[in-house]
Structures are given as C-alpha cells and as structure tokens.
Ligand binder design. Structure first.
Ligand SMILES: Cc1ncc(COP(=O)(O)O)c(C=O)c1O
Length: 484
C-alpha cells in the first residue's frame, strides 16, 4: 500500500515516508491510495479480539510485511501499551443505553496516547534501522504535546519540540509537558492559541530544504500514522455495542481538530456501519460548515472549559472532505487553498450534502458542559471530563442544535441505534471544573499530585517575537549539538 496527498500534488510515498512527514509538500495530508474494505464476516470474526489485536489487524491492512515484518509489529504494539493503566487499554462504562468509551488510560490520560504510543514505537523501530536522527515538531491544544513527549522522551535519535498555548490550557496539562526534563524534550509556551502557532509550523514544513536538512517531522494529528491507528478504536467501539454486527451504531465524538472523526470516517468507508455526531464547543467552525456550508474561521478563538477543543482551524477536516468527495484531489485542493488563503469558503453542494448526511453536529456551551457533568454524577456517580461532557450533552439532549433524540440514527421501526460516547480525557486533568459542577472529589492520583512538586522547564514565546525564527534557530542548534 502506498500513500498520496489529499491535494494530489505529490506522487506515491511509502508508509515509512508518510509516517516521517508532516504536511505533504503540496500542503495536503497523506491518505492511502486505495481505501481497503473490511467485509462484515471479517468484522464478525473480530468481535472477541482485544483492542491491541484490532490495532494489529488495522496496521496490517495498511503496512506491508516488507515494511514491518509481523513479528516486529507485534513487538511494537505490545511495547506501546505497556504503560497503560489497564490491560484491556480501553474500557467501556455502560449505564443502560449510555455507553462511554474511556480512551484515556494511557500515560497522559488522554485519547491521544492510543495512537501516539504506537507511532512513538514505530519511530524508534525505523530510526534504529536507518541510523538517522529526526526533529519532531508538535503544536498542541492541550493533550497532544504531553502524549507525544511521553511517546518519545529519552529515545535515541529523536528530539522533540513542543509548542503549547501558554495560560490557555489546564495547569495539569501544562505541567505534564514542562516537568519532563529529558535532554531530547524542548518545550515552548507561546502566547497564543494553537491555531496561531499551527501557521508557524505549517510555514516550517513548507520549507523543503529545512525539512530535508534537519529531518523535520510531525506527530501531530495530521500524521498519517496516528490517523491510521485511531481507526482501530472506532472498530473496537463498534464491536462492543453493535447488536448484531452489521447493524448501525452512532459514535458521538467531542471534536476539535477533526483527527478523531477523520479516523472514524475512514473506518466507515472501509465498511464499518457507523454514523457520527461531532460535538464542538463555542469554537464551532465544524458545526457551521456541516450545518450551513459556512467554512469560515471566526474572528477569534474562544477559551472554553473543553479547552483541548479550542480550535478554529481543524486540519483533519481535509481528509474527511477528500473521502466524501470520492477522492476528488482537485476539489479538495481548491477548497483548502481558498480556506488557507481567505479563511473562508464553502463546499460544492453535493459534497456538503454528503458530509451533512453522514456527520451530525451539535454545539455545547460551558454552562451545558457543567450541567451535563452534574447530571452524570448525580445519576451514575460517574465523573466525565469537560470534553467527554460535550458528547454526553448530545446524548442527554442538553446540547444546542442537535441531540441524539432528534438526529440519532433510527431503524425502520423508529427505534434509535445503539450509541457510544467517546471519552477523550480523564477528569484528573481538569480538577478545576469540579467545583463548578458542585462535585466533591478527593481521588487525585499520586502521579498528578507529584507534578506540582517537580522542577519544570519551558521557554515563553511572546506575541511580538518572531516564533518562526526562534524555532528555526532551535532546530539548527539541536542538530548541531547532535553532530558534536
Ligand atoms: C481531550 C480531548 N478531547 C477532544 C479533542 C479533539 O480531538 P480532535 O482534534 O481529534 O477532534 C482533543 C484534541 O486535542 C482532546 O485532547
């Protein structure tokens, strides 16, 4: 299997090349040249597989034996999940018709760990083979940074530069990055939202010489490896609640940059009978695009309780668009180039209709998040993080513009299909919100408490500084130091 850019401007590349790239050279994102199918019989035969076994099945579809022999793949996957808190990796909490898929039992307590830990191990595997060094650059809206750091800290041949939005994420999220003192970890706290430095990162990747000279790569959610591994959790969630296999299931996703939904849509295109609801916070570009065909960046990013979803430029929507356009490279390129340069565009009618039919949307306010958290606690003594509460608000019918009751998938007898809410982070990362929901909770894990007593290091990048230049100098410095 080879990979192409959504904008059609680069030739076929290998899995390894896609894995070690950020954006493709034409500004697009890597996607598989063909989207393979998983027949229902195969899905049925996977019903009792563990999550790790499903990851192995999915990766084996996209990565040839020649690139990663199966024995090595097994080792990569088992090393990846060693640091998870529970053997099953993902746990499903069920209360009557409410199913919550806890995707956050990894080292940084957020769903990013699922794919990041596999990608980190794949990086180690290929770099040991090739004997080369890379500089990984990651911009984060809160959780990706710490997950990436944990995936590569202390690994030989890799330096990682993480840029986080200073004072715009939870204290614990920030400490999870700044308290890692390994020599190969370099953290910058930028005075802006992740959308602001995503532009800086994109500019760096558009400089082909810089990318080549310093082996620059990214394990942001734009990375194909991460999107690929995330297909596995959609299949796993489906298999846990489908009755019987083959019938539809609704998956409700708290959404920001659209990495999770991009993987979900891939699983759907591969034949898994899933439909989606994307729930966003007041940064509602995905909702406006799908509802009203208004793909326009708002004048500013709003700070919300679901802070990891405080994003106005959702990079992975490009993959979703490419898939629903029937792999129309030209259309994808035109839409995205207009969006990149003007900050506003709309989709061709057919494409918009197709996306709207397949992905429902809802918007939640901070008040609705708090209300949902309270309700879930009172009814089930279950505490969900603010992002997860966005999905739960849709399930409960609390969210604005769309609830499960009004937009969920209905069978011919009018009953709703089973649905599963994606829980993307642990409440332990966001204890500040508990008082707002009037929840008294004392179970703070030791590893969270310890964060407040550890030494921390990071460099602040002020608004008026030239972030691109600062990062260029750092990249050059790191590479020089490696040579000496
Ligand atoms: C806790 C949490 N929930 C939801 C999201 C949104 O995921 P995506 O960007 O894949 O839409 C993120 C992304 O950073 C996250 O960290």
């Amino acid at each position: 299997m080879k990979f192409v850019s959504t904008r059609g401007g680069v030739g076929l590349v290998s899995f390894e090349d896609a894995l070690f790239s950020g954006y493709a050279n034409d500004g697009g994102l890597f996607v598989p040249e063909n989207i393979p199918q998983i027949p229902v019989e195969t899905l049925t035969s996977w019903k009792n597989l563990s999550y790790a076994e499903i990851v192995e099945k999915v990766v084996s579809i996209f990565v040839t034996e020649e690139e990663i022999p199966r024995k090595d793949l097994k080792n990569i996957i088992s090393s990846a999940f060693k640091r998870f808190d529970i053997d099953e990796v993902i746990r499903i909490a069920s209360f009557d018709d409410l199913h919550i898929a806890e995707l956050w039992h990894g080292p940084t307590m957020a769903f990013k760990d699922l794919a990041m830990s596999v990608v980190g191990e794949m990086y180690r595997y290929f770099l040991e083979k090739r004997r080369k060094n890379v500089v990984v650059i990651v911009g984060t809206s809160g959780d990706t940074g710490s997950s990436a750091i944990e995936a590569v800290r202390g690994k030989e041949n890799i330096d990682i530069i993480v840029i986080l939005p200073h004072n715009r994420i939870s204290k614990i999220q920030e400490l999870m990055m700044t308290t890692v003192l390994d020599d190969n970890v370099h953290v910058y706290a930028a005075d802006g939202f992740s959308d602001d430095f995503e532009i800086t990162i994109k500019n760096l990747f558009n400089d082909g010489k810089l990318v080549k000279d310093y082996n620059l790569c990214s394990i942001n959610s734009i990375n194909w490896g991460r999107v690929m591994v995330q297909i596995a959790h959609h299949i796993y969630m489906y298999l846990q609640v489908a009755e019987p296999i083959g019938k539809p299931v609704d998956i409700v996703i708290p959404t920001g940059g659209c990495g999770n939904i991009a993987s979900g849509v891939l699983s759907q295109t591969m034949g898994v009978p899933v439909k989606f609801a994307c729930v966003v916070n007041n940064n509602d570009i995905v909702h406006r695009m799908l509802r009203n065909n208004d793909f326009t960046v708002a004048s500013e990013v709003v700070q919300t309780l679901a802070c990891s979803m405080d994003i106005q430029i959702p990079p992975n929507i490009e993959r979703v668009m490419w898939i629903y356009s029937g792999k129309d490279f030209q259309a994808t390129k035109e839409i995205m180039q207009k969006f990149d340069t003007m900050g506003s565009t709309s989709l061709p009618k057919d494409l918009h209709q197709k996306m709207k039919e397949n992905i429902r949307t809802a918007v939640v306010t901070d008040e609705e998040i708090v209300q949902t958290m309270k309700k879930c606690w009172e009814e089930h003594q279950y505490i969900a993080c603010p992002h997860t509460c966005a999905a739960l608000a849709y399930h409960y019918g609390i969210s604005k513009y769309g609830t499960r009751q009004t937009t969920g998938t209905k069978g011919s007898d009018g009953t709703l299909s089973p649905s599963i809410c994606v829980s993307t982070a642990s409440i332990c990362k966001f204890p500040e919100i508990l008082a707002k929901a009037e929840i008294e909770w004392k179970e703070e894990p030791k590893r969270i408490k310890d964060l407040f007593h550890k030494p921390a290091k990071s460099i602040v990048m002020h608004k008026e500084e030239d972030w691109e230049q600062i990062l260029r100098e750092k990249i050059s410095f790191i590479s020089q130091a490696r040579k000496n």
